[in-house]
Design a protein around this ligand. Structure first.
Ligand SMILES: C[S@@+](CC[C@H](N)C(=O)[O-])C[C@H]1O[C@@H](n2cnc3c(N)ncnc32)[C@H](O)[C@@H]1O
Length: 410
């Protein structure tokens, strides 16, 4: 009998492959762009490049920091590096950091161009399919008068031309389609076939920590195409989920995607989270944001926290999921590496958000100090994509796991 899983061959990289799965595993739906052989291989190459940079090159940057950068700083200043900005500036002169940083930026730009062109080339077909699924559906509430605030309109977030909100023609969904189908390059499949591992993790956390919580009205602010939000609607089928976002293409694409995936207890509303006066006080049991706060200016962050305070019912919850805050036990090296997005990946508010005292901001928004809660959520492993993975393998490419929840029980 032959062994179905031959042992890895020593010194044979091919038999020890631990890179991302092939893009062809991705979950499809009615408005998911189709991809040619060459487009798929471009995405595969970029996903593998990202994984390679994170798993193989970042350890080299760390070694260069410890062996070269830190000692040189100490020799020059007569003291150790004292905060993350000193660590970043010292790293800038090191060739290993320069190589990693340049390749990471180039990979991100290529990811955006590759994903965008695939979506642009079939823009009319995608718009037609989205229209078929959404036209006349009251669950899509667009507001043609909406003003995109400058903290959004001035930024091509993570090198994405036109960010989430730019509409190239009436009915367009290009930027939603790009965000959905080529996000695989940065997640490497770690968020699952439908990029919903983050939302599934939140649901798991809520069910474990609040087993009796049965929400009827859920609001997700900055929900984009619904990647992280749909698991909430699926987990609580008797609830109605409202997703609010600024961007027309992502909302239109989002409802078409949700319907095509069979998720119907959801509506997509175009509005700014800063002013949700269309909803009366205390109208939601659960207000959620996921990987959203880092894209806000400080006044916008404060307005949104205040709106969430107004909107949540007594006995409800407000949860924000973000990458970890910079705490004193996180090394300056790790903080500087995490800050890369702020300086080289068009995320101008990233650095400030992660150093802020969010507990104090919640209090300032009107929540009681004693009601603030913290937790860690770990991505839910997609067993189909990663049959051998451990529960805590879903890290952000070798960095400390995953996401943190900060929230309140109101
Ligand atoms: C990083 S994405 C959020 C990702 C999403 N929550 C997920 O998990 O897939 C940020 C989103 O916030 C939206 N956004 C930014 N400012 C906003 C605001 N003031 N009100 C509502 N949405 C906003 C953007 O249009 C974008 O879709």
């Amino acid at each position: 009998m032959t062994d179905p899983s031959p042992a890895p061959v020593p010194n044979d990289p091919a038999s020890q492959y631990d890179g991302p799965p092939d893009y062809r595993v991705i979950g499809r739906h009615a408005v998911f762009p189709s991809t040619s052989h060459d487009e798929i291989e471009r995405i595969n190459y970029l996903a593998q490049m990202n994984r390679h940079l994170a798993a193989r090159v970042v350890p080299g940057v760390k070694a260069a920091y410890e062996k070269r950068v830190e000692p040189a700083f100490k020799a020059q200043h007569g003291r150790p590096i004292g905060h993350r900005h000193e660590a970043r500036k010292a790293l800038l002169a090191d060739p290993v950091f320069q190589t990693w940083s340049a390749l990471r930026r180039a990979t991100m730009e290529q990811r955006q161009q590759a994903g965008r062109w695939t979506a642009l080339l079939q823009r009319e077909e995608l718009a037609r399919k989205a229209a078929e699924l959404t036209e006349g559906d009251p669950r899509l509430e667009l507001d043609p008068t909406i003003k995109i605030p400058r903290y959004v309109s001035a930024v091509d977030h993570h090198c994405m031309p036109g960010s989430y909100h730019t509409e190239y023609f009436p009915g367009d969904v290009t930027n939603g389609a790009n965000y959905d189908h080529a996000g695989f390059v940065t997640t490497g499949g770690l968020l699952g076939k439908f990029t919903d591992g983050g939302g599934q993790a939140v649901v798991k956390w809520v069910k474990k920590n609040l087993p009796d919580f049965m929400p009827k009205k859920i609001l997700e602010i900055g929900g984009t195409v619904g990647h992280s939000s749909l698991p909430l609607a699926q987990a609580y089928p008797d609830a109605e989920l409202t997703i609010v976002d600024l961007g027309t293409p992502v909302l239109r694409y989002g409802l078409a995607r949700a319907k095509s995936l069979g998720v119907n207890n959801v509506r997509f509303v175009q509005a700014s989270g800063e002013d949700l006066s269309r909803f009366p006080d205390h109208s939601f049991d659960w207000v959620q944001t996921t990987m959203f706060l880092h894209e806000l200016s400080l006044p916008a962050l404060r307005n949104i926290l205040r709106e969430s305070r107004r909107l949540v019912k007594d006995g409800g919850i407000v949860l924000h999921v973000e990458q970890p805050q910079y705490t004193p036990d996180m090394s300056y090296f790790e903080q500087a590496m995490r800050d890369w997005d702020a300086f080289y990946n068009a995320e101008p508010f990233w650095s400030r958000l992660h150093e802020m005292d969010l507990d104090a901001e919640m209090e300032r928004a009107g929540f009681r100090k004693e009601s603030v809660i913290h937790g860690a959520v770990f991505g839910v492993v997609d067993r189909e994509l990663f049959p051998d993975a451990q529960e805590d393998d879903t890290e952000d490419y070798g960095r400390k796991a995953a996401w943190e929840v900060i929230g309140v029980m109101a």
